[in-house]
Design a protein. Structure first.
Length: 296
């Protein structure tokens, strides 16, 4: 048995264990979330976050498309069950408070004439002090709601970048994650689609829960200007309803729930316990002795 070699390895392992013990693991923190459950059921174009700091607003609902005038009339509503309520064709339901996004009087707000990425919702939150930014949300599109949605984020409040959405188990619930690189009428990039004609019988008017996106862009960390959008991925002929038919431009809407933005702080050194100091000292002594014996 090589005593010196074994003792050296033990000492090295002791120091390694101490190093691990004195490092605090990063913890995920909710920077802002919107569950809408504490808000009054009423018209609400800018719902406040349930926790954290942030802002929310709909996009493009006030317009004059389709020879009508629409005025933003978003509201907090209570989800219901039943064939005409908020239970999707995939059987998933949300009976809590929701945020319904639409325009009214007399237009509907949503229109196939709107440019790509110009209609939907926007959420902003300050990520200062945090990295590894993650987004999660639940999405519901009515029968005549737009089928194609994309996620965009900004780090400067001006430039918006397309990001992929992870649909998880929703792939079996009628939702598809797609990437377009050909049609000029759909975003050049990633988007998701709830289309009855192409995604199967479970598609078309659904709740999709726990959709996520990881923003790997380093500029999104420690950023006071961070925001993201959930917006129409298509326009014109590509802008279809969840039934796979041309958007009728007179009805349909999107609804959202459980919007969340999380991040983690940088890994920091923790103050070692007394026992850890003892282990470190023992390891250093053993290493010193091994070095002296090798040099003799």
């Amino acid at each position: 048995m090589n005593f010196k070699s074994n003792a050296f390895n033990i000492a090295a392992l002791s120091l390694l264990a101490c190093t691990v013990a004195t490092t605090a693991h990063a913890q995920s923190t909710t920077l802002a979330d919107w569950t809408f459950d504490t808000l009054t059921v009423a018209t609400n174009n800018n719902p406040a976050p349930t926790s954290g700091n942030g802002s929310a607003a709909s996009l493009g609902m006030t317009n004059s498309y389709n020879a009508t005038t629409s005025v933003t009339t978003d509201d907090i509503v209570v989800g219901t069950t039943g064939t005409k309520g908020d239970t999707g064709a995939n059987g998933l339901a949300d009976t809590s408070n929701l945020w319904r996004v639409r325009g009214q009087t007399p237009g509907n707000g949503w229109s196939s004439q709107a440019a790509i990425g110009s209609q939907g919702v926007q959420f902003a939150t300050n990520t200062t002090g945090y990295q590894n930014i993650n987004i999660s949300f639940d999405w519901y599109a009515t029968t005549q709601g737009e089928a194609n949605l994309e996620l965009q984020y900004t780090t400067d409040g001006t430039t918006w970048t397309n990001a992929a959405i992870n649909i998880g188990s929703n792939a079996g619930e009628g939702l598809a994650a797609l990437t377009n690189s050909t049609s000029a009428n759909t975003v050049q990039g990633a988007y998701i689609s709830d289309n009855l004609k192409t995604n199967g019988t479970k598609a078309g008017q659904d709740w999709f829960q726990g959709l996520t996106a990881t923003i790997s862009d380093p500029a999104a960390a420690n950023d006071a200007n961070f925001a993201f959008r959930l917006v129409n991925a298509s326009t014109g002929a590509d802008n279809v309803s969840t039934q796979g038919t041309a958007l009728n431009n007179t009805s349909g809407n999107w609804r959202f729930d459980n919007i969340s933005v999380t991040g983690v702080t940088a890994i920091t050194a923790a103050v070692p316990e007394p026992e850890t100091y003892a282990m470190m000292l023992a390891g250093l002594v053993m290493l010193s002795l091994m070095k002296r014996r090798r040099n003799q």
